[in-house]
Design a protein around this ligand. Structure first.
Ligand SMILES: [Mg+2]
Length: 228
């Protein structure tokens, strides 16, 4: 059975989107932040690029791993490690941008669908991010896990979205990049789940998504082909 075998049967009435790495490019932003953090302590660009890559492999956020990581690149003085940590924390949203298909697609789907966002994270990080990206007006509602009390993959945050959109689960579709948080969570709430696979990864979990796409445009094209 292929992850590409589409199992969406009904044209939905509501679309729910994940934020990070689905609508905005959190991965690139992280690389830009890390490069900024390491610039003064690893001046050589090639070495620094290797350190950025190693850091992303060790952790997708935070600086707890910096001492071990920087040690591998011969940065061992406590003041240098502290300097890198300070620079990492100096602008959380450095380099954060929408994917180039996001605005066009979010604007296009508003006429036909109820549109919601379900994002995991602390409210004081996710809300400023949504504000900075200037996308809140494109959604009928946005649910941030800390504010709701439920974190994906808890099906209750997906059920809140169904209540807000006033649709049964089978008439909604959820799209996100995380197999565990997004696809498994939405499916646990009975919502067809689309895996956003922008970096062409292999599907690893036992239960497949209802559809796999590599960008938002092809997601919407697929929806438009579905009958009622
Ligand atoms: Mg995500």
């Amino acid at each position: 059975m292929s992850a590409n075998r589409p199992r969406l049967r009904h044209r939905p009435k509501a679309l729910f989107f994940d934020l990070d790495n689905t609508i905005c490019d959190h991965r690139t932003s992280l690389q830009i932040r890390l490069n900024h953090a390491f610039e003064p302590v690893i001046p050589d660009p090639e070495q620094r690029a290797a350190a950025v890559e190693a850091s992303v492999a060790m952790a997708t956020d935070g600086t707890d791993h910096f001492p071990e990581l920087l040690g591998r690149f011969k940065v061992e003085r406590p003041e240098d490690i502290e300097h890198a940590i300070e620079r990492y924390g100096s602008d959380r949203y450095r380099g954060l941008e929408l994917f180039d298909d996001a605005l066009e697609v979010l604007q296009a789907v508003r006429d036909e669908f109820t549109v919601g966002m379900i994002t995991n994270g602390p409210t004081d990080i996710q809300q400023p991010k949504i504000d900075l990206l200037a996308i809140e007006h494109l959604f009928d509602f946005t649910l941030i896990s800390e504010s709701t009390g439920y974190w994906k993959p808890d099906p209750r945050i997906f059920e809140m979205a169904l209540d807000l959109a006033r649709v049964p689960a089978y008439l909604a579709v959820y799209i996100g990049d995380s197999p565990d948080h997004d696809v498994a969570g939405a499916q646990a709430a009975g919502i067809p789940a689309v895996w956003m696979n922008r970096t062409s990864l292999e599907w690893q979990s036992e239960r497949f998504p209802d559809l796999e796409v590599t960008d938002l445009r092809s997601f919407v094209e697929h929806l438009m082909e579905l009958g009622d």
